[in-house]
Design a protein around this ligand. Structure first.
Ligand SMILES: [Zn+2]
Ligand SMILES: [Zn+2]
Length: 254
């Protein structure tokens, strides 16, 4: 976060996928930094069943204890966070321990068909009124909000965490702009993927295809592969709009 100029003081919530150490050890360094920065605002931490017990144990060590309020929420399939910029939902995935993925979605915005609205005589204050009340009446004629506007959906990003390919991921990912999917192994090491409850690159690509996402990003690739290109090729043969995740990578959306 420091390297990319992201202020950790602004973090309001942390969404953990599961309690394997490669997915939560970084939390304690962050909490120590927030302690030193004198944070006072509460921090929300969400994770699957079992998260609270583990975090409470670590935070009970005095040297690691947060000096600001922490709210730990165990989640399954539900809305876990919402503010005016973003809504976050969790969904259950299949891994060796309770695990969830997250859908991060910008709230839909209402777009007016200005030409149509003005043609029907809507002007000035009436735009506010129709949004508040759902309709306005002009010269005795009622014009409904739906007649002159529509809800425009915005970016949807899905992060699977660690998982085997599964229907839960497909269902949560329908129509997503970006699916960030576990792709730990190549198909030739499928047995290892099954044994460790991870996906192959081909499995991730099949989930992406079934869900009709716009783009797939392969992540959590096993460090047994010095060359990650074969994983990309394997996935692209099934789902062409695939990229490999990389530290510091930036992707641009509409
Ligand atoms: Zn794991
Ligand atoms: Zn992992």
């Amino acid at each position: 976060m420091m390297k990319y100029g992201i202020s950790y003081g602004k973090v309001r919530a942390i969404f953990l996928s599961h309690m394997h150490s490669d997915h939560f050890l970084g939390l304690f360094g962050l909490v120590a930094s927030l302690n030193m920065a004198g944070r006072a605002e509460p921090l929300l931490i969400t994770g699957p069943k079992g998260t609270k017990e583990i975090l409470d144990q670590v935070f009970s060590v005095r040297a690691l204890a947060p000096l600001f309020p922490i709210v730990i929420k165990e989640v399954g399939e539900e809305e876990v966070y919402k503010d005016k910029f973003v809504e976050v939902r969790s969904f259950k995935v299949k891994h060796g321990t309770p695990a969830v993925g997250y859908v991060v979605q910008q709230p839909a915005v209402r777009k007016f068909d200005e030409k149509k609205a003005k043609g029907l005589g809507i002007k000035g204050e009436m735009f506010t009124q129709i949004q508040k009340e759902g309709s306005v009446s002009i010269n005795g004629k009622t014009i409904k909000l739906e007649d002159v506007s529509r809800l425009e959906t915005r970016n949807k990003i899905v992060y699977t965490g660690d998982t085997v390919p599964c229907d839960e991921v497909v269902n949560a990912s329908r129509g997503a702009d970006l699916l960030v999917h576990d792709a730990a192994f190549l198909q030739e090491h499928e047995e290892m993927a099954i044994d460790k409850k991870h996906s192959t690159a081909a499995g991730a690509a099949q989930d992406a295809k079934k869900a009709g996402v716009k783009k797939l990003l392969l992540t959590h690739i096993s460090n047994r592969y010095d060359d990650r290109k074969p994983l990309l090729q394997e996935a692209r043969a099934i789902f062409p709009a695939t990229e490999l995740a990389d530290e510091g990578m930036e992707l641009y959306f509409k």
